[in-house]
Each structure stands twice: as C-alpha cells, then as structure tokens.
Design a protein around this ligand. Structure first.
Ligand code: GLN
Length: 494
C-alpha cells in the first residue's frame, strides 16, 4: 500500500525502473478504493478490470524496453463530464444516466496515447453547476479532511480522489472556478488553463465561452506533466488556440527573482475568512524573501463578476442544455400526451433543481426584451473585467489572492441559499470571464485543520510561468505533503 502516497512522477519512475509493476499499483489502489471510497464517495464509476488490463500492457512494454508514454502507468481519474468511449459518462445527471459516449474527448485520447490508466469517473455537481458537489444526482462526495464537509465543486470528486490517494492525478473542468475552488478546499493543486489552451472537444458543454478542462494533482510537477499532455491545438474545437505548447517541466525550478506580484485590494475585502487572509499574507512574506516584489493593484470591476458570470453562464447553459429533449440521446420519458408533453416530462424528470434554475435564468436573460438589459450588458461588463486584468498585467507579472473566501463548509450548510453558494466563487470567476490561466496551491491550514488554497493568476498562455511561481513556493513549504487524517500516517509523503 505504501506506494499510493507517491506523486504521479514518482510512481512512474518506479514503474519504469521495474521497482514496482503497474499491475501492483492498480491492485493496491483498488484495495484502497474499496476501503476508503465508501467514506469519501469520489467516484461515480470505476474501471478495475480495464485498468488491470491496461497495466499489464504497460508492464509488458517496460519489460520489453519498448517506448512508453509520458504518463506510463499513472492511474488517473476523470471528471464525469468528459466523454470516455464505451465508458459511462453521466455528468452526475439522471438525464445522462445511461449515456455511453461513442467517442473519446480530445484530452482522453491524449491520455491514452501517453499510457495513462483511466481508473474511473468522478462525481461532480450535475452538469458542473455548483460549488460543493452536493448538486450531484448520484452521491454526496465528502471532504477527506473532514467527512462532514463538502469537497468544494464542481470537480469535487476529482479533488477528493487526489487528496485521499484514490487517484494519482485527475482531470476536472472549470466554468467559474470548479477546479481551483475544490483544489483549495481539498489541499491539492488545481490548474485552470487559458481559455483555448486545452481542447473542449468531448467536454459536455455548460457555458462554452467559459468552459475549460484542467488538472488536479498532488504537486506542481505532476500538474506540469499532465498539462503538457492535454494542451495543444485541436481542429475539433473551434476555440482551441494554435499556440505552441512549451515544455512545462523544463526550468520549473528556475526561481522567481525579480518577480512582480500584484495584490488586488478587492480580493481582500469583507467576507474573507481571517485564517485564509493570514495564510496568504504569510505566503507573500515567503515570496518576498525569495526576491519577489509585492505591488498593490486594483481590479475595479471585481464586484460585478459574480452577477456577470451568472448571466453569461446561465444564458449559455440554457442554450447548451436544449439538446437534452428525449429525442437525440439521453433519458426519454414515455410518449403519452404527445411530443410536447414528452419533452416536458423528460426534462422535468431528468434535470435536478439547480440545473432547472439555471436553464430558467438563462432563457430569461436571453429572451426578447430582456436580452439588451441582461445578456448584452453582462457581455460588456465582461470586457471591462478582462480590461482590468490587461491593465494589471502591464504592471505586474502575476496576481496572488485567495482561491476561496472560506475553507470547506459543512454538508448542507449552503444548499438552501443559492446566492451564498454562488458567492464562494467570487475570487475564481473573474479569471474565467477574462479567460486567463490560474492555479490554486496549498498554502496553509485553518484553525480547524482545513486546507487553504492560494491562487496565482497570470497572463494569457503563461501557464509555464505560473507553474514556476507555484513551484518556487512549493519547494519552500510542506503544505502539499500533509495528508488528510483518513490516510494511514505511514503513507505520508516527504
Ligand atoms: N460554481 C460555479 C457554478 O456553479 C462554477 C462551476 C464551474 O466552474 N463549473 O456555476
């Protein structure tokens, strides 16, 4: 069992040097999954047999000294809104409860080409709409640091799986913070790439101008290698950018001397938990000691971000989700009462409350007479938010702020108050609206022992710089090495 705590790159090295077989890693992992998954509930589907088969294939390649991929033998979990050929992809919705995609998403193809082992599909808020994974229509994922708390969301299953060693790495997706926020709440590393960096082909659409696939990992180097594999141009996604992908690992430890870090005053306003505030302040002290310059900046339109997001995202969602009508694919209610009644019942039965709320809000914002007042206005404010970042990045190289205003909250605490739930994304949403990259890394613990995440935002396509900046902090600290109490202490990394 003792290998499960290793990072992805460490386990890969052991597999390649034949110190351990990929098959044994998978066997140990599934033993641990059987023991721990009933508590954490990170997965909707697991693929033990297929994983063992794939592991055998990799062991054989290693034995024969054949070329293996960059992710050889690494067990990876996939958020269940990313299409996997012949493997159930539910989006945590009843409307897709039997959906088996006939194709692989672009990122899945890349993982397979690089010999990763897909061990399962993780839980999420239905259609990625939520901040706590409580909107899943399948199960309630728990935070491994405190099983009475949420893991964050919507990629809560992926974050909880990585935090509790139920996967070595995972893919998640973001529309408004769904990788960074659960990463912060579970104490792992989460990367949201620049919009266009990673193909959305095969990602089940929520808000297409915001959606982006990204990574959840135990440390920065793992994030670098996983991002390397999934990045790059794809002709199947018209918004995929034909921008060359640098080698993210190369020079990752080259330091931050002379780095200009911007601290936006709007991100340290009322409502920020004091433990988080202190952890970020301490982290900035470390950066300063390492040679960075801290510069106060302002992102003046921040206060409009949440409202803007909930217009843009819901408008796009209402249009994207129109396809679930019982005719093309997915759930279909009985046909009594005619076709209109069938459409209505399919959608009433198939969608949960939050999804219905978003579809209604979105249709309203797009409807004749309201379009100019809501959607069009939101699009304009979105540009102002983007301009804020452009102006800031003329003065600074990156921006550091909290990822979430609060640590993981109790299950059920915010479910009856959608607005309060929406506000947990106040620090992550602006980056999605602007399309810039962001990373959340562990930077401390609250007095209750819950992980705290620090967010680093950068210029378009400067993921490499962000990873360097994050790595410099990680190398100086050991927050990423701490493990949740449900782990056997003998397994601690470091
Ligand atoms: N929590 C936000 C929402 O509910 C963001 C979700 C996401 O990034 N997928 O829309």
């Amino acid at each position: 069992m003792k290998h499960l705590e290793l990072t992805s790159l460490q386990i890969k090295e052991k597999i390649l040097s034949k110190e351990i077989q990929a098959v044994d890693v998978i066997k140990h992992l599934f033993e641990w999954i059987k023991e721990t998954e009933p508590n954490v509930q990170a997965y909707i589907t697991t693929t033990e047999e297929e994983s063992l088969r794939k592991a055998e294939e990799i062991d054989k390649k290693v034995k024969n000294n054949e070329r293996v991929g960059l992710l050889a033998g690494i067990p990876i979990a996939i958020k269940d809104n990313i299409c996997t050929k012949n493997l159930l992809t539910t989006c945590a919705s009843q409307i897709l409860k039997n959906f088996i995609p006939p194709y692989d998403a672009f990122v899945i193809n890349r993982l397979k080409e690089e010999d990763a082992i897909i061990i399962g599909k993780t839980n999420l808020d239905e259609f990625a709409m939520g901040s706590s994974t409580e909107n899943s229509s399948y199960k309630e994922t728990r935070n491994p640091w405190d099983l009475e708390r949420v893991p964050g969301g919507s990629s809560g299953g992926s974050a909880a799986a990585v935090a509790s060693n139920l996967a070595f790495m995972a893919l998640g997706s973001e529309t408004g913070g769904s990788i960074r926020q659960p990463a912060a709440m579970c104490g792992v590393v989460g990367v949201k790439p620049t919009y266009g960096r990673v193909s959305r082909y095969g990602l089940i659409a929520f808000g297409s101008s915001l959606d982006q696939i990204g990574t959840l990992t135990k440390d920065i180097k793992d994030a670098a290698v996983l991002l390397q594999v999934i990045s790059g141009h794809d002709a199947c996604d018209s918004t995929s950018a034909p921008v060359p992908v640098p080698d993210y690992l190369h020079g990752i430890d080259s330091g931050i001397n002379g780095l200009k870090i911007g601290i936006p005053k709007e991100y340290f306003a009322d409502g920020l938990n004091t433990d988080i505030q202190k952890a970020i302040k301490d982290a900035l002290g470390i950066y300063e000691k390492l040679g960075a310059e801290i510069i106060d900046i302002s992102l003046p339109h921040t206060e409009y971000a949440v409202a803007t997001y909930y217009l843009v995202a819901t408008a796009e969602a209402s249009s994207n989700l129109a396809r679930y009508d019982g005719v093309r694919y997915g759930l279909r209610a009985g046909s009594e009462g005619g076709i209109v009644s069938m459409y209505c019942r399919t959608r009433s039965e198939g969608f949960g409350n939050e999804v219905k709320r978003r579809v209604m809000l979105g249709n309203y914002a797009l409807s004749a007479g309201y379009y100019d007042a809501y959607y069009l206005k939101a699009s304009k404010v979105r540009t102002l938010i983007k301009n804020d970042f452009d102006a800031a990045f003329e003065k600074v190289d990156c921006i550091i702020c909290p990822t979430s205003p609060v640590p993981a909250f109790k299950i059920g605490e915010r479910t009856n108050n959608p607005l309060e739930m929406y506000l947990t994304d106040v620090y992550t949403i602006p980056a999605n609206l602007a399309g810039i990259p962001g990373i959340s890394i562990p930077c401390g613990f609250s007095r209750e022992g819950l992980p705290i995440g620090m967010q680093i935002l950068g210029r378009y396509f400067e993921e490499k710089r962000l990873l360097q900046i994050a790595h410099t902090f990680e190398a100086e600290t050991n927050f990423h090495l701490k493990t949740p109490p449900l782990k056997d202490p003998r397994w601690c990394r470091g």
